[in-house]
Design a binder for this molecule. Structure first.
Ligand code: MN
Length: 285
């Protein structure tokens, strides 16, 4: 049975631009092999925004060598990128963006959400690309809430399958390495038993309520548990109203060279990425 090797509780928040009050949930594990193939997990909100005519967010910036996965739970995120695409990510929707060879984009509150204000909550997960795919064509998968299948879990609770497979359902996200991204909800307290691929990095983020992994300690709101990879069986006991995100993925086992918005395998590649950006070779917004 899996157990939590480490529990990281509600780290302090910082602002990304003026739109996203985030907590960096990976703590000291950010950009390390210990969470591979995942790199970073920013949990934005829950927060309340007043109506405004201003566009809160992050202005144009690059990414290269990995993927950004934006899961919106409340509010709306609008984006523009250098491939010419533009869209709005609404509650329940997921944007799975492949920065790959290099992309510029901006991310901000949608016009509608800025004008109306209200609750805002989102996760942005950074997923590393295998070395052979770091030059992949930039683009994104726009995954709507309606495209994400839901399964009932043995023992109670249910899961939205965003990526990977769970029981008889397969998530819509196409990934470059094997991984699972599941959004769990427990309308009632329950203990559910799930199988995960052995050897996968396995992480649980609790957004609401609390869970216990096996007979381990409580993992509360805005906390993250890093589980052991050695056993396939996960027993998760959730309090009523719990909402949690489960990530699992096959570790890439490749060197990580990360600086700001670029994640490559070597220092030299990082320098190249910086030069590519500075000479305007990641396109225009
Ligand atoms: Mn970005």
């Amino acid at each position: 049975m899996k157990k939590a090797n480490e529990i990281l509780s509600s780290p302090p928040a910082h602002w990304v631009g003026d739109g996203f009050p985030v907590r960096g949930m990976f703590g000291k594990h950010v950009f390390t092999e210990s969470v591979s193939p995942f790199l970073m997990l920013d949990y934005a909100g829950p927060a309340q925004f007043e109506p405004t005519s201003r566009r809160r967010g992050v202005d144009g910036h690059p990414h290269k060598g990995f993927e950004t996965v934006t899961i919106v739970y409340a509010g709306e995120v609008e984006h523009h990128d250098s491939t010419g695409n533009h869209g709005v990510i609404g509650p329940g929707d997921v944007q799975w963006m492949t920065a790959g060879a290099g992309i510029l984009h901006k991310e901000y509150h949608s016009e509608n959400f800025a004008r109306e204000g209200g609750d805002f909550e989102m996760v942005q997960l950074w997923v590393n690309l295998p070395a052979k795919d770091k030059g992949a064509k930039p683009g994104y998968q726009s995954i709507l809430n309606a495209d994400i299948p839901t399964v009932s879990l043995p023992g109670g609770g249910e899961a939205r399958v965003i990526a990977g497979s769970l029981l008889d359902q397969t998530g819509p996200a196409k990934t470059f390495s094997p991984m699972n991204v599941w959004d769990l909800s427990y309308p009632e307290a329950a203990t559910s038993r799930i199988e995960l691929p052995e050897g996968h990095t396995c992480i649980v983020l609790v957004r609401r309520g609390s869970v216990r992994i096996g007979d381990g300690p409580e993992v509360g709101e805005a906390s993250l548990a890093i589980l052991d990879a050695g056993d396939a069986r996960l027993e998760i006991t959730a309090s009523s109203g719990t909402k949690a995100l489960i990530l699992s993925g096959e570790p890439l086992g490749e060197p990580i060279a990360a600086q700001g918005p670029f994640v490559m395998n070597t220092r030299e590649e990082l320098v190249d990425a910086m030069r590519q950006f500075q000479r305007g070779a990641m396109g225009n917004l």
